[in-house]
Design a binder for this molecule. Structure first.
Ligand SMILES: [Zn+2]
Length: 409
């Protein structure tokens, strides 16, 4: 059975981890900063060294290209991202890009020219130093001019960084591609489900949607000593009731969905005043749109109940939601066939974090798979995936691509 060059692949993984390395053992490569640029140059050099073609699109996404025979218009893409969060780990993104690159390099080594062209892609700014999923959103045609005015860095700074790559806002907005037959991404799990279950591979069946609501309960301020307890309209009592009932309701009815109340603000906020108003920051996530809708209805219904119980008024305001991204059954099946052929154990699971794959899912059959993260640690210098798991991931990427070629050629 065809396998990747393990020594070369692991040596590259270590070499890449030196770019932006931190004393704590992790790395810092926020998008389009000096270390990200260095990693991008490193990748370009590796592509040339492998004898593969190189391409840079209008969004700064870098591709290694293995031309198909014949070199038709439609392609199969794989990859991830070389940028990191500040003080992040060595595996998030970097491993996913390297396994795709190594798969192409292995085919090239063996003089295999598949009937479809393959690309190994490094997406610009997955982690959000500028906006998050920037390169993949541009490629999927999901980027609007208004998005480029709401970046986390100042407009002049953005211009300078794009200039340095030889791209612009205009080229980013025109970066949509229509030549993608399928997409597959490897990522570290960033959770401990695989490790806990002693499973090699997680086949992601959906990337969760996220809804964020600011909930408000309004009662009446009163003297904390003289107002009889029975007559109080204490907004914090209602909020407290809601917090624990929401937890129980989601656990009992919406597993594996999750909810979080991450902020609580009681006003006016004094020892001796009964709280007149409480704001809660509620976020919830699920892999299914139907379940997300039902969760939203239930949680708002619960808020109403808690308000009634303590004679309060309930209201809410919602920020734009991220919709769940269902993965392609065709691509998941290809991953599973390849895993079975390699003798790797696998199970399906949700991704609770966002990934470039959710952009790709808007324009082509797309899926992704996880390799284990030791103790589930991620976005942290202690992020770790064993060499054996990295090699498993690379071989699985190689054989998934071969399976996809069979399906789409
Ligand atoms: Zn990532």
């Amino acid at each position: 059975m065809l396998t990747i060059n393990q020594d070369r692949f692991l040596a590259d993984l270590r070499e890449l981890a030196r770019i932006g390395a931190t004393a704590a053992g992790g790395l810092s490569r926020p998008a389009l900063t000096v270390h990200d640029i260095e990693a991008r140059q490193w990748y370009r050099g590796k592509i040339a060294g492998a004898g593969l073609d190189y391409a840079l699109d209008g969004a700064g996404n870098q591709s290694a290209i293995l031309w198909g025979d014949p070199p038709g218009d439609k392609r199969i893409l794989a990859g991830s991202h070389l940028d990191s969060v500040p003080n992040g780990g060595r595996y998030d993104g970097a491993l996913g890009l390297l396994v795709a690159f190594e798969a192409l390099r292995t085919l090239k080594d063996h003089d295999i020219r598949p009937p479809l062209t393959l690309e190994a892609l490094n997406f610009t700014d997955e982690e959000g130093a500028i906006m998050g999923l920037m390169g993949s959103r541009a490629l999927a045609g999901q980027l609007a001019a208004a998005d480029l005015e709401r970046t986390k860095i100042a407009p002049r700074e953005l211009t300078a960084r794009l200039d340095a790559l030889g791209i612009s806002r205009e080229s980013m907005l025109a970066a949509r591609r229509d030549d993608i037959l399928a997409w597959v991404e490897l990522h570290i799990e960033q959770g401990a489900r695989l490790e806990d279950g002693n499973i090699d591979i997680g086949v992601v069946d959906a990337i969760v949607g996220i809804r964020s609501l600011k909930l408000t309960l309004s009662g009446e301020a009163a003297h904390a000593g003289t107002k009889p307890m029975k007559q109080r309209r204490d907004a914090l009592w209602g909020a407290a009731q809601f917090v624990l009932r929401a937890r129980k309701h989601v656990m009992d009815n919406y597993s594996p969905g999750v909810c979080n109340i991450g902020m609580i603000d009681a006003k006016p906020g004094a020892f001796n005043i009964v709280p007149a108003q409480v704001d809660l920051a509620l976020e919830f996530r699920h892999g299914s749109s139907e379940e997300m809708d039902a969760m939203g209805d239930d949680l708002l219904g619960l808020l109403e109940e808690c308000a009634r119980e303590f004679d309060l008024r309930a209201s809410f305001a919602e920020t734009p939601a991220v919709h769940p991204a269902r993965m392609s059954e065709t691509v998941m099946a290809a991953i599973e066939r390849a895993a079975a052929a390699l003798g790797l154990s696998h199970r399906r699971m949700l991704s609770f974090a966002g990934h470039d794959t959710q952009s790709l899912a808007q324009v082509c059959p797309a899926a992704m798979f996880f390799v284990p993260s030791a103790r589930g640690i991620s976005h942290n210098p202690k992020e770790f995936t064993s060499d054996a798991d990295c090699v498993n991931g690379a071989n699985l990427m190689l054989h998934t691509l071969l399976e996809l070629i069979e399906v789409f050629a």
